[in-house]
Design a protein around this ligand. Structure first.
Ligand code: IPM
Ligand code: MN
Length: 370
């Protein structure tokens, strides 16, 4: 198992690749290209310092491409991406385009198309002043959210009947499968086992949504193989309360696709904001995707104001995944140092630093650490 700080288990690489790593890069919309440029700057620096090689394939998908060509995300691109080791994504979303069209085609297209069943989202407080809660220190917030990524309300099963009439009916099915639950929980138990506290919290809504009965049984049955991991179950509403009241009570959280989407925005806010929240969309051992969890932020797009730290920490997760946890840790330490020493005072747009300046600061610190 990997000893990466992000705890990514069953990594794709073992750090000894003789050929260049193949990376598909989709910078996307809004602030995506700006934060991607800084993330790639860090990747190139690490590559140069450590003799790693990356072959990048850049894809133009996103709103501009769609407006120009009417193409969202062609099946040939997905097939080609399968031949890569990993994907880096900036952000997708544009107010000029029908809500969700590109997000479903590109983000969901990749998550479902590559069967990326784990969405791993660290929630870690790097410096006390970044937390909006009173009396909370970095020792209190260090959790990993394991978000299910290929089921639930996101499968697209459903539809409209009598659309546009007063009798319209809209249906969207919430899908949970036993296979999906088993592989998700196994990953979460392994991750919890690899961490010091060995604590796993299931977050669901089993008191109101009967389908979660399947999850409760699978969670308990798989848990029998992990007697060293302590577990508890919480309803998602109570979990939101506890994120604010007692974030230190969490170590690893495993939750559903839609609840994971929501609680990780909350998690990001207690740990300094969306500008710091990275993620890995994983199919352990196969091509996986790394992205900041923030969106395209059209209000600040093109202004050189977006915080690139989430995209940069996605590079940490990528390197961990490829089997280079030492390099990953250097990136994390550089980000942490810049925040603690107030060289980057916060992860909010408008912190007085440009996107490029923040990238430069992290790059200087990474260079000093490698
Ligand atoms: C995220 C995003 C996506 C999601 C959107 C853009 C479809 O909010 O990655 O958290 O809901 O998963
Ligand atoms: Mn989200």
């Amino acid at each position: 198992m990997s000893t990466a700080a992000t705890g990514i288990a069953m990594a794709r690489g073992d750090g000894s690749a003789e050929r260049p790593y193949r990376l598909a890069v989709i910078a996307g919309d809004g602030v995506g290209p700006e934060v991607m440029a800084q993330a790639l700057r860090i990747l190139e620096l690490v590559a140069e310092k450590r003799g790693l090689r990356f072959a990048l394939t850049r894809y133009p998908f996103g709103s501009e491409h769609y407006l120009r060509t009417n193409e969202t995300f062609p099946p040939e691109a997905l097939e080609e991406i399968r031949g890569h080791d990993a994907v880096l994504l900036g952000a997708i979303g544009d107010p000029r385009i029908e809500t969700g069209l590109l997000e479903r085609a590109i983000i969901a297209g990749l998550r479902f198309g590559l069967d990326l069943y784990i969405n791993l989202r660290p929630v870690k407080l790097y410096a006390e002043h970044l937390c909006p809660l009173k009396g909370i220190t970095p020792a209190d917030i260090d959790m990993m959210v394991v978000r299910e990524n290929t089921e639930d309300l996101y499968t697209g099963m459903g539809g409209h009947f009598k659309r546009g009439t007063p009798d319209e009916v809209a249906l969207q099915e919430m899908i949970l499968t036993r296979k999906g639950a088993d592989r998700l929980f196994r990953y979460a138990y392994e991750l919890a086992r690899s961490r010091e506290r060995k604590k796993l919290t299931l977050v669901d809504k089993a008191n109101a949504v009967r389908a979660f009965d399947l999850w409760r049984r699978a969670f308990a049955e798989i848990g029998a193989e992990y007697p060293d991991v302590s577990t508890n179950c919480q309803y998602v509403d109570a979990a939101c309360m506890n994120f604010v009241r007692d974030p230190g009570s969490y170590d690893v959280i495993v939750t559903s696709n839609v609840f994971g989407d929501i609680v990780t925005d909350l998690g990001a806010m207690i740990a300094g904001g969306m500008g710091l929240a990275a993620s890995g969309n994983l199919h352990p051992g196969q091509v996986s995707l790394f992205e900041p969890i923030h969106g395209s932020a059209p209000d600040i797009a093109g202004k050189n104001q977006a915080c690139p730290l989430a995209a940069i920490l996605s590079i940490q997760m990528l390197l961990d995944y490829l089997g280079h946890p030492g390099e990953g840790r250097a990136i994390e330490a550089a980000v942490e140092g810049a925040l603690v020493e107030l060289e980057i005072p916060s992860a909010q747009a408008g912190n007085g630093l440009s996107t490029q300046e923040m990238g430069k600061i992290v790059a200087r610190r990474v260079a000093a650490l490698l």
